[in-house]
Ligand binder design. Structure first.
Ligand SMILES: Cc1cc2nc3c(=O)[nH]c(=O)nc-3n(C[C@H](O)[C@H](O)[C@H](O)COP(=O)(O)O)c2cc1C
Length: 173
């Protein structure tokens, strides 16, 4: 593939193994810039982010999220949060979709910067939502969608080919 952006998109993998090294603030700001560049319904941008870099807080999240145990060696975690009340019509309906678009941009930015990252689920599990809110002091009106552990990758994820020609329906299904 000749295009660098397309190569990044097609070879990104979820990374679950980190060295434990810190992630620089400079890299985190680049990652947020990418996240906030994502599209959202009527450009309402119903999203906000909590970034966690302190080991004790990463450990608290790790202890409460059953499928995020890679947090124990992550350098940081980004919690993508929705703001359903940002707009009466569009944000209520579309915050999950809008935050998912931001999440994908974040995952791609991490990969482009040589960092590892993986989407770990918070929403739609009520208990996880409650626990993440409690640990991070997130208000009731804000909805944590996921926790993205970010770190220096310990191993490289081999690209997997998910392309399926039979998933494409030309003109009509
Ligand atoms: C909505 C959603 C929830 C996910 N939750 C988790 C999770 O809790 N823990 C985890 O390790 N991976 C989680 N993943 C990552 C997927 O397992 C991963 O993206 C999938 O296996 C494809 O692998 P890839 O990202 O390397 O292409 C989640 C992904 C999505 C989109």
């Amino acid at each position: 593939m000749e295009n660098e952006t397309l190569m990044t998109i097609c070879s990104r993998r979820g990374i679950r193994s980190f060295t434990g090294e810190a992630v620089s603030r400079e890299d985190l700001m680049k990652i947020f810039k990418a996240g906030m560049a994502a599209p959202s319904a009527v450009n309402t941008q119903p999203r906000s982010f909590v970034v966690v870099t302190k080991r004790e807080v990463l450990d608290e999240l790790c202890a409460t999220l059953p499928y995020a145990n890679m947090l124990d060696r992550a350098g940081a975690a980004i919690v993508v949060c929705g703001i359903p009340d940002k707009d009466e019509i569009y944000s209520r309906k579309y915050w999950v979709i809008d935050c998912s678009a931001a999440t994908e941009n974040i995952l791609l930015a991490c990969y482009a910067l040589g960092l590892g990252a993986v989407w770990t689920a918070v929403y739609v599990d009520e208990e996880r939502i409650r626990n993440v809110r409690k640990i991070l002091n997130v208000p009731e009106t804000i909805s944590p969608l996921n926790v993205i552990p970010v770190g220096v990758p310990k191993e490289k994820g081999a690209p997997i080919n998910k392309f399926r020609e039979d998933n494409i329906h030309w003109e009509r299904w």
